[in-house]
Design a protein around this ligand. Structure first.
Ligand code: ATP
Ligand code: MG
Length: 539
């Protein structure tokens, strides 16, 4: 079944209202893209693809103060990575058209220059129950407004001293229609236009014109803009320059549990040094998710699964995690990694003894073949897989107990060195005839533990948690920041992992999915997600 946008497009094609479908993704280049933007990209790209149309990437760069080229470049790279392809446009390239449209409105008596302050603008706007108050300049002669607008453009007017307002209806039940400001004076350097402009259009005036210039058929945006739609339509109708005006449709924005979805706040985390840049693997940015080990296909799958709705809701973050987990379960090579190593010595094998096993790379992919893993007299197991005083129902190694070393032999623990709280070395004996796949010993073990041999290599693993704590009773993100969102461990991993490509992902048995960090100099693995699917288990 199609989503409601598809139903609208189907109807528009059937009625002949539209013949070609063109959508756009219109980010403001004031930060990096996040997972919420991915939803918008996937939707706009999917609509263009389904109907044989195109999807523009358009920078809504009409506010020079917050915009930077670094953001432009990252947005292009991230959108391409997600699968968008198409043409790139900049709203700032249409400043001339917008200026002309504004002049056309003034000429028609549909816009006027006012000297209102932001404070008076608020005061005179009225409320939902009371109409606004008309400005004394509302009926300023057209010629006068035209002259003042020219002065504004020419840099003869100070920032904020004059504004251009649309002349609509101060009594409109929609406050957005009460003579909104459509142009302001701003003497700021623009990342592409330099110092060419001293006047800048407001979003509600600029956006419909951008869409119209590009021939957008369906301008899809988030629900907050629903109340702005009458103004969108008014601008296009009154400018009189756009015979085939585009239309705006709204869908619910993505909200994810325990996830910050505001560029402004994400920028603050970067600027305050709470994270290590926009691509910190804890960040919900596309760059952060990529570095964490998410794939474009897993993000697209997520966007597909959450669907497109007309009512806002909060999505469980486990749903995103399920998508990458399912993908990697099918595709990721397996490996053993010991995150908190404890030495285990097999006392009953000779010094220098070793046995190399051929272990399956991926049980779901026979083509992936096997990898050699060498068992040696000295091994490493997880500290948590040995207990002197075992907790109830403990299934791993205890003194006198047995356990299977994953894909290898059963071992029996004979003792340990160190203290009960802090054992430093475990002694064990290998039980002959118990090799996996050829074990006729009849010995039953309760647990299987992973291990690495003497030839294991050192690696750093980074275990990530959400940036926000679960308790959401505090409205401000600053009070919800998770101080333990990164835990780093010195691990021992199978030797073949020393050659892992940056960005390559693996399943570390019993630990989760890990991706070799693409930036760190040494051998560093980022945990993408754990093995357990909290989301699907709950269903
Ligand atoms: P932010 O508040 O994070 O800066 P924004 O909406 O101001 O977000 P834009 O650059 O204006 O960011 O967004 C570009 C497009 O992405 C818009 O069409 C917007 O509707 C869409 N978008 C932004 N956030 C989300 C979200 N959480 N879910 C779905 N779409 C989103
Ligand atoms: Mg915005």
């Amino acid at each position: 079944m199609g989503n409601f946008i598809e139903e609208i497009i189907d109807a528009d094609l059937a009625s002949g209202k539209e013949t070609e479908i063109t959508t756009r993704f219109p980010p403001e280049p004031n930060g990096y893209l996040h997972i919420g933007h991915a939803k918008a990209i996937c939707l706009n790209v999917a609509m263009a693809k389904k109907y044989g149309g195109k999807c523009n990437l358009r920078f809504d760069d009409t506010n020079p103060v917050k915009e930077e080229d670094e953001y432009v470049q990252s947005i292009i790279a991230d959108a391409r990575w997600l699968g968008w392809e198409g043409d790139i446009y900049f709203a700032s390239d249409y400043f001339e058209v917008m200026y002309d449209a504004a002049v056309a409105l003034i000429r028609k008596g549909k816009a006027y220059i006012d000297d209102i302050t932001p404070e008076d603008m608020r005061k005179m706007r009225g409320t939902l129950t009371e109409p606004g108050i008309e400005s004394k300049h509302r009926n300023r002669p057209v010629e006068e407004s035209l002259k003042l607008f020219e002065d504004m453009r020419a840099g003869k007017v100070a920032d904020g001293a004059l504004v251009l307002r649309a002349k609509i209806d101060m009594a409109s039940p929609n406050i957005n229609m009460r003579d909104p400001i459509i142009y302001r004076v701003l003497k700021a350097h623009h990342h592409r236009q330099g110092d060419k402009w001293c006047v800048y259009p407001m979003y509600d005036f600029a956006h419909p014109i951008e869409d119209a210039v590009e021939g957008i058929s369906h301008s899809i945006c988030t629900l907050e803009f629903e109340d702005h739609r009458p103004l969108y339509d008014w601008v296009l109708a009154e400018c009189g320059m756009f015979p085939h005006p585009p239309h705006q449709y709204e869908f619910a924005r993505l909200n994810l549990q325990r996830t910050i979805m505001s560029k402004r706040y994400l920028k603050k985390l970067v600027d305050d040094g709470f994270v290590d840049g926009w691509d910190d693997p804890r960040m919900p940015t596309i760059a952060g998710l990529r570095r964490r080990g998410y794939t474009p296909s897993s993000i697209r799958e997520f966007c597909e699964r959450i669907g497109v709705a007309k009512a806002n809701s909060e999505v469980e973050v486990g749903q995103l995690e399920s998508c990458i987990r399912e993908e990697l379960n099918a595709s990721a090579p397996r490996a053993m990694a010991v995150l908190e190593p404890l030495e285990l010595v097999l006392d009953n094998v000779p010094d220098g003894w070793s046995e190399t096993l051929a272990l399956e790379t991926n049980p779901f992919d026979p083509q992936a073949g096997t990898r050699p893993v060498t068992l040696t007299k000295r091994l490493y197991i997880e500290q948590s897989d040995f207990a002197v005083v075992p907790p109830p129902k403990y299934k791993r190694l205890t003194v006198g107990g047995t356990v299977r070393l994953k894909s290898a032999y059963i071992v029996r623990c004979t003792g340990y060195e160190g203290t009960a709280e802090n054992p430093t070395r475990v002694h064990a004996e290998l039980i002959a005839g118990t090799r996996s796949g050829e074990d006729n010993s009849g010995i039953k073990v309760k647990g299987v533990i992973h291990w690495v041999g003497e030839n294991a290599v050192s690696a750093v693993v980074r275990l990530y948690d959400y940036l926000l704590i679960e308790d959401d009773s505090q409205p401000d993100f600053a009070d919800r920041l998770n101080a333990d969102s990164l835990v780093q461990k010195d691990a021992l991993v199978e030797p073949f992992l020393a050659k892992a490509e940056p960005g390559a992902s693996y399943q570390f048995l019993r630990q989760g999915y890990f991706c070799r960090d693409s930036k760190a100099a040494g051998l560093v693995f980022n945990r993408i997600v754990g093995l357990k699917d909290a989301y699907n288990n709950k269903k």
